[in-house]
Ligand binder design. Structure first.
Ligand code: DP6
Length: 372
């Protein structure tokens, strides 16, 4: 449903804004929803915001759209090519929902021209929906209100908290990507009682995240579908009963900068979440033998005193290896020597989403669906 160029010439100045939002890695996971339509999670979660793996999204008001909801969206690929987004249904519905939320703050009229770029390859074990919906929310809010940076949004009453609440409706984990450092998403007693809080800054404890791309294949089951299956697992109730304690312990480990304690918690957490996945109906396997071989090697190497690193896994086969920044290069060397076929993305604790300084673009109708 890419909006076709109208062929009409327009000649006007439009506001062009650019948002960036990092991905985040969950240390205590969001898995299972109490209300799927509102993305109300079954449990509290805790994540570390990343810095290198991020989505950059620019938004411009279309001067000549056929209808206000005829948003034009495109992906910029790693090279220079720009590909129109084909499956616009979910994103368009989200943008129209968002427009209504923004209306108390600004007129929010017109269709948007949206261009998105991920700094990381898709399907590599980095949650692109988290950074994607966070960046889209901020870019659209900027374009529709005319705010050119986060301070201007804030002055209009659109705070980081509000942006996080909005982004959550696009994808649950996106609410944590708005903030930097270590971020807790508290489910509250009702969907309206949810809170997202940065509990420690990135400076409090910078950690490295080495994302080990073992398998580049797209995941077979989306996280959204996986969440829906979670309560069919007999293990889910056991998981729920221990999560508050686990989150408290993880937060204490971060506070005390105790990597061994945090590492032990996050490995147990990842395996538990995947045990729920594997015992759900229908069964959901997100990884196979290569990931198991990696986990075994990591644990044996650690036990042998060769490295101080611990893994976590999201809904995919590619482990995130958490370690001290000063150890990261040596650990990377060990991983690549043992698994020469894999690719590594070296990331670290980061500081949250931004809205770039506005750029006035003189728009003499570019005419294409991806004309940026
Ligand atoms: C395993 O946020 O992708 O990464 O809300 O349906 O879009 P939706 O799901 P999503 O789920 C993320 C699941 C996870 C754990 C986490 O990030 O907490």
């Amino acid at each position: 449903m890419v909006n076709q160029p109208s062929g009409k010439k327009s000649n006007q100045t439009t506001l062009h804004v650019t948002a960036t939002a990092p991905s985040n890695i969950a240390l205590v996971k969001y898995w299972g929803k109490s209300d799927a339509s509102l993305n109300w999670p079954a449990n509290d979660s805790l994540s570390m915001t990343l810095s290198q793996a991020k989505t950059t999204t620019s938004a411009t008001m279309q001067p000549d759209a056929a209808t206000p909801s005829a948003h034009r969206m495109a992906f910029k690929t790693a090279g220079s090519a720009t590909i129109p987004m084909r499956d616009l249904g979910k994103t368009t519905r989200y943008l129209e929902w968002l427009r209504n939320e923004i209306r108390p703050f600004a007129a929010a009229e017109g269709a948007l021209d949206i261009l998105t770029h991920n700094s990381f390859p898709s399907s590599c074990g980095i949650a692109s929906s988290a950074s994607g919906f966070a960046a889209l929310t901020i870019a659209a809010a900027g374009a529709w209100t005319g705010a050119k940076n986060m301070d201007e949004l804030h002055r209009l009453g659109i705070t980081r908290d509000l942006l996080s609440t909005w982004a959550r409706r696009g994808s649950g984990s996106a609410c944590r990507s708005i903030h930097g450092g270590y971020v807790q998403w508290i489910r509250g007693e009702a969907p309206t009682g949810q809170k997202v809080r940065p509990i420690f800054s990135p400076e409090h404890w910078p950690l490295a995240d080495l994302i080990v791309v073992i398998d580049r294949g797209a995941k077979s089951i989306s996280s959204t579908e996986g969440h829906a299956r979670a309560f069919s697992s007999p293990l889910m109730s056991v998981r729920m009963s221990g999560l508050d304690e686990r989150l408290k312990n993880a937060a204490q480990a971060i506070e005390g900068r105790d990597l061994e304690r945090l590492g032990t918690i996050i490995e147990c957490e990842a395996i538990e979440m995947h045990s729920v996945m594997m015992t759900s109906q229908p069964r959901t396997d997100y990884f196979g033998a290569p990931t198991i071989a990696f986990i075994q090697w990591l644990r044996e190497s650690r036990a042998a005193g060769n490295l101080a690193a611990w893994f976590t896994l999201d809904a995919g086969p590619n482990p995130h290896v958490i370690c001290r920044p000063e150890d990261a290069d040596a650990i990377k060397g060990l991983i690549l020597a043992q698994f020469p076929g894999c690719t590594l993305i070296h990331d670290q604790t980061g500081s949250g989403a931004t809205l770039g300084p506005g750029q006035e673009t003189h728009n003499a109708n570019q005419g294409g669906s991806d004309g940026h």
